[in-house]
Design a protein around this ligand. Structure first.
Ligand code: PEP
Length: 253
């Protein structure tokens, strides 16, 4: 079983602020274990952060190209990320699905590109408020997973982290209740089990994302199928991020 708490800075922080954040995490990382700690940083800083990251901090990109090498101006590939020590990438985030053309097909290609390089694909899925109000949350998330993950070869699953992020909870201050989150995580675990078998499915970290903060992390992370979180706003400063991490029942230190 993997336990992971990953930050997502989105389009925030200048280079010096990113380095200060890492400095603010270094001592804490040296004295804690039991949870893998990752952070999704802006693309311009990735190589520098990956080479300077303290032990125990894995640097993620927030995107990756769905194409290979070639005439694709502005794109960066999974092997480029690997060559500068980046651990993987966040893919399928709802902000990219809604505003930057990340269709299910593109997300599938991005997941595939990462797992081909042995990098981590932190795959995001989740329903909109309208979809939840219509009772369609399981159908929507199943379709997103089916498109990008459920057809991968079984060994690729070692490289996949699933982040369930109800769109209505991201950056809104509205958190899914622990029961709502657990229901969806159990459904995701069930689909992974049907597709890959119980042993592989148990090994996949399923993270909750959506206004997770120090005050609600322990309640969420205490649920049976919630293995950690993908954290936006509360990952922007080390104190809040450490407060979220402190809610993880597997954290030791
Ligand atoms: C996110 O964007 O992945 C996220 C979970 O953001 P926030 O924690 O700010 O809701």
């Amino acid at each position: 079983m993997r336990n992971i708490v990953a930050g997502n800075w989105k389009s925030n922080k200048l280079m010096g602020e990113a380095q200060e954040w890492m400095d603010g995490m270094a001592g804490w990382l040296a004295s804690h274990e039991g949870v893998e700690v990752m952070v999704g940083a802006p693309a311009p800083y990735l190589a520098t952060l990956a080479s300077a990251a303290p032990d125990g901090l894995h640097i993620l990109a927030q995107n990756v190209s769905a194409e290979g090498h070639g005439a694709h101006t502005g794109e960066f590939t999974a092997d480029m990320l690997k060559s500068c020590g980046v651990a993987g990438a966040i893919v399928g985030h709802s902000e990219r699905r809604a505003r930057f053309g990340d269709t299910d097909d593109k997300v599938k290609a991005k997941v595939q590109a990462l797992v081909d390089e042995g990098l981590q694909a932190v795959f995001c899925c989740g329903e909109t408020l309208e979809e939840r109000e219509a009772g369609r949350q399981e159908e929507v998330v199943h379709a997103q997973l089916k498109a990008a993950v459920l057809e991968l070869p079984v060994d690729a699953l070692d490289c996949v982290v699933v982040a369930y992020e109800p769109v209505w909870a991201i950056g809104t201050g509205k958190t899914a209740t622990s029961a709502q989150a657990q229901d969806m995580h159990a459904a995701i675990r069930g689909w992974l089990t049907e597709s890959f078998g119980a042993e592989k499915a148990e090994g996949v970290a399923i993270l909750y994302g959506g206004s997770c903060k120090p005050s609600n992390a322990a309640e969420l992370f205490g649920q049976a199928d919630i293995n950690g979180g993908l954290i936006g706003g509360a990952a922007l400063n080390p104190t809040d991020f450490q407060g979220v991490l402190a809610g993880h029942p597997e954290l030791k230190g």
